[in-house]
Write a protein that binds this ligand. Sequence first.
Ligand SMILES: *[C@@H]1O[C@H](CO)[C@@H](O)[C@H](O)[C@H]1NC(C)=O
Ligand SMILES: *[C@@H]1O[C@H](CO)[C@@H](O)[C@H](O)[C@H]1NC(C)=O
Ligand SMILES: *[C@@H]1O[C@H](CO)[C@@H](O)[C@H](O)[C@H]1NC(C)=O
Ligand SMILES: *[C@@H]1O[C@H](CO)[C@@H](O)[C@H](O)[C@H]1NC(C)=O
Ligand SMILES: [Cu+2]
Length: 129
Amino acid sequence: MLRLRRRVSTMTILSIIFSLFSLMLKSEGANHIVGDSSGWELLTNFTNWTQGREFHVGDVLVFNYNKDQHNVMQVNSTAYSDCGRDNYISIFTKGNDSVIISEAGEHWFICGVNNHCENGQKLSIDVAP
Ligand SMILES: *[C@@H]1O[C@H](CO)[C@@H](O)[C@H](O)[C@H]1NC(C)=O
Ligand SMILES: *[C@@H]1O[C@H](CO)[C@@H](O)[C@H](O)[C@H]1NC(C)=O
Ligand SMILES: *[C@@H]1O[C@H](CO)[C@@H](O)[C@H](O)[C@H]1NC(C)=O
Ligand SMILES: *[C@@H]1O[C@H](CO)[C@@H](O)[C@H](O)[C@H]1NC(C)=O
Ligand SMILES: [Cu+2]
């Protein structure tokens, strides 16, 4: 009886520790290096990159690119489809931009330089709460 109780309380403590730990991990937010080592560049396949990847609110997208050749525009779905550059939500131009995802739902990014977007330099992600 005593031994059983002790085992139960050890399990309880372990599970509390585990929950706290997962909460901590969750609130930290994951860093996603867009395109991995290829970066935010013309020849990267971003559809491929998003496959099997989960995005959550609080995560960070890191865009690495040559700032003389590219930029990052966060846009709405229309501009994503049309590669429209006139009404962006935000623009990033530093070449190593960290974008914190603060809302659930779909997010769209394009490169606004020349015809890069038309050539596939665009990213669409679905963010879970
Ligand atoms: C990118 O990758 C996806 C999935 O692997 C594939 O369906 C698509 O054809 C690729 N696009 C290009 C331009 O290679
Ligand atoms: C998709 O990415 C994987 C590595 O993440 C790579 O091995 C594969 O060749 C890529 N496919 C395409 C179509 O780019
Ligand atoms: C995207 O923004 C443009 C310009 O403000 C607007 O005309 C268009 O309707 C918007 N698209 C969506 C899906 O909200
Ligand atoms: C980003 O790049 C700028 C210069 O373009 C540099 O000053 C800064 O230290 C870089 N930040 C990181 C996190 O690499
Ligand atoms: Cu570009």
